[in-house]
Ligand binder design. Sequence first.
Ligand code: NAG
Ligand code: NAG
Ligand code: NAG
Ligand code: NAG
Ligand code: NAG
Ligand code: NAG
Length: 322
Amino acid sequence: MLSKGSVLLLLAHSTLGYRQPYEYLEALNTFGAAFSNPEGVFNGSVPSPLSPDVVGRIDAITTFVGQDLNAEFLFGLFYQDTLLASTTQLIGIPTGMTIQSAVVEPPVVAVSYISDMAYPTTNLTVPLQIDMFMAFDDDTMKVVSYDAILRRIDDLMAYTSPLLAPQIAKELNSTSTNVTELTILKTAVDVCAVSSLYCTGENQQYESQDACLDFMSALPFGESWQGGMNTGWCRYIHKNLVQYRPDVHCPHIGPTGGDMCRDRNYLDVTSTVPFNQTLLSYNSSYNSADMKGITDHGVQQLVKVQTESVSMTTVAFVSGSL
Ligand SMILES: *[C@@H]1O[C@H](CO)[C@@H](O)[C@H](O)[C@H]1NC(C)=O
Ligand SMILES: *[C@@H]1O[C@H](CO)[C@@H](O)[C@H](O)[C@H]1NC(C)=O
Ligand SMILES: *[C@@H]1O[C@H](CO)[C@@H](O)[C@H](O)[C@H]1NC(C)=O
Ligand SMILES: *[C@@H]1O[C@H](CO)[C@@H](O)[C@H](O)[C@H]1NC(C)=O
Ligand SMILES: *[C@@H]1O[C@H](CO)[C@@H](O)[C@H](O)[C@H]1NC(C)=O
Ligand SMILES: CC(=O)N[C@H]1CO[C@H](CO)[C@@H](O)[C@@H]1O
């Protein structure tokens, strides 16, 4: 319990201070524009909005550490290899990004984007809502932490799969009208095509093309939230990254799934906080000047946040006076 006269002490971070709110909004727009132009980011014509030490997490997939892996996932994932570029893909290509909601609370921004995902072979464009907590390097305004949730990813897949399936059947000369079967077939064909082309020599994963098709056809596609688990869906996601670094990504589409497409423990996943830069911002509004006139009880309620990890930006109570 706080005694009367307790002082709310706010330990300051040793940075120069935060940017103006509009600068965070600009950074959100920059990120949105980059996400909508993956090819440009990947070929270097659009500067990457990511800080070199970025750590990102996408709930339906997993955590990515460092600029290379994050760039591959956020941008490279959508930049199709010529091998598959003209075929129907289960993952759309972002073609536009708008902000539906945003809160700027330096150093953290919470944002909900609507990304227009295009499926060119079917002329389909479907919105995907992406909720993110983001923190920026305040010198460069590049993303240093992001925690992304693909909102309604299950609904999106349920909506698009039957619309894509007839075109997939046509491309694969299949007479099936069963969406599940076609999805598994498409996953197997694409993963194995990528594996044969890129995963050779030391990076070889399967004994033969047939061995690959057999393995992939028997593997459950999985639920859409299992994009980081031992599923066909996980390998389907990772197949797009193989083109960039076969040595890193081939194991992810192979039988073992490497360190990406594997069993994961729900409790571990949920309790791990992988970020280097905090996504907590409770110091920024509640400074001691703001607290004037608020009762001790009120202050306690405001800062009674249970946090998972305590970083330098922390709130502490000191009894007595300073
Ligand atoms: C890079 O990507 C942009 C955007 O799609 C494109 O306009 C440009 O031609 C590409 N440049 C190179 C060198 O491939
Ligand atoms: C997509 O639109 C183009 C141009 O309108 C049309 O030629 C093509 O047939 C359409 N494709 C499908 C699969 O609907
Ligand atoms: C589908 O059939 C066409 C025409 O016979 C052929 O050119 C194409 O290679 C076949 N595609 C596949 C994936 O088997
Ligand atoms: C589609 O195929 C799956 C897997 O073979 C099967 O479990 C399911 O019953 C089929 N659905 C329909 C509607 O036939
Ligand atoms: C926390 O709040 C104090 C008091 O307003 C302020 O001096 C300090 O700069 C803040 N720390 C951060 C990291 O914003
Ligand atoms: C600079 C720094 O602290 N990098 C760390 C960021 O977090 C990842 C794991 O989440 C570490 O592997 C890095 O060393």
